[in-house]
Design a protein around this ligand. Structure first.
Ligand code: TYD
Length: 217
């Protein structure tokens, strides 16, 4: 199954992912970090999951639609990884091979947070899928924006954004996702760095730049 290598070139780029519950401010942060890196003459490929390439964007529309109401968590996870395989093979790996920095809004940590901790599927199920789909590709750094779910829901409502199917906090789903993320950060403390998203945006940005700086040298 695993056959990613496109040009068999060394991957000199860096793979940075951004995680957190909805309303944590990931998209604004990614835009600012992109500018920060480009100002230092680094080429950036900005993407998101599920999505990033046409097939994965189609899978995204399906996953976020009401068609998936009542689906098994395992089905969601399998779809996420199908989208991820396409994204890795056709966008992320080629970019890394070109020496670009990939800034990705969500990756496999989201599947652990949402499908494992949120929906209750087995941790080992997602671990196996991750080993199958990207055994040799893991983010160099993951920025986890941590935010209280009450604040995040307030922010989303203020922006008058429509909640998608997976953003709902019915039955404390978002609370379980938030706690799940924190458990992941304890399991992988070197890779996943927690940034307190209740701080001012300027502070969140400053702290994220400080976490990125060691990768720049
Ligand atoms: P999106 O509107 O992009 O949410 P956000 O702005 O918070 O990133 O929708 C993506 C949704 O998909 C989000 O609710 C999280 C969910 N998701 C999973 O449940 N599992 C996954 O593996 C990924 C990548 C996303």
């Amino acid at each position: 199954m695993y056959k990613h290598k496109v040009n068999n070139m060394p991957e000199t780029g860096k793979f940075i992912t951004f995680e957190g519950i909805d309303g944590s401010g990931k998209s604004t942060l990614i835009t600012e970090i992109k500018d920060y890196l480009e100002n230092q003459k680094i080429k950036v490929f900005q993407s998101r999951e599920p999505g990033g390439v046409p097939i994965a964007e189609e899978i995204r529309s399906l996953l976020l639609s009401d068609v998936f109401i009542g689906s098994a968590g395992e089905t969601e996870a399998l779809m996420m990884f199908a989208a991820r395989f396409e994204h890795l093979k056709n966008a992320i790996i080629p970019a890394l091979e070109k020496g670009e920095w990939v800034l990705c809004d969500r990756f496999t940590d989201s599947t652990f947070a949402y499908q494992v901790f949120g929906r209750g599927i087995d941790f080992s199920c997602v671990e196996k899928l991750s080993d199958l789909v990207h055994p040799n590709h893991h983010p160099d750094l993951t920025i986890l924006l941590d935010l209280d779910t009450n604040i995040s829901l307030k922010r989303i409502t203020q922006k008058e954004e429509k909640l998608n199917r997976l953003d709902d906090n019915t039955d404390c789903f978002q609370d379980r996702v938030k706690e799940g993320y924190l458990k992941l950060s304890q399991k992988y403390p070197k890779r996943i760095k927690v940034v307190d998203a209740t701080q001012s945006f300027d502070n969140v940005l400053k702290q994220t730049k400080e976490l990125l700086d060691p990768l720049l040298s």
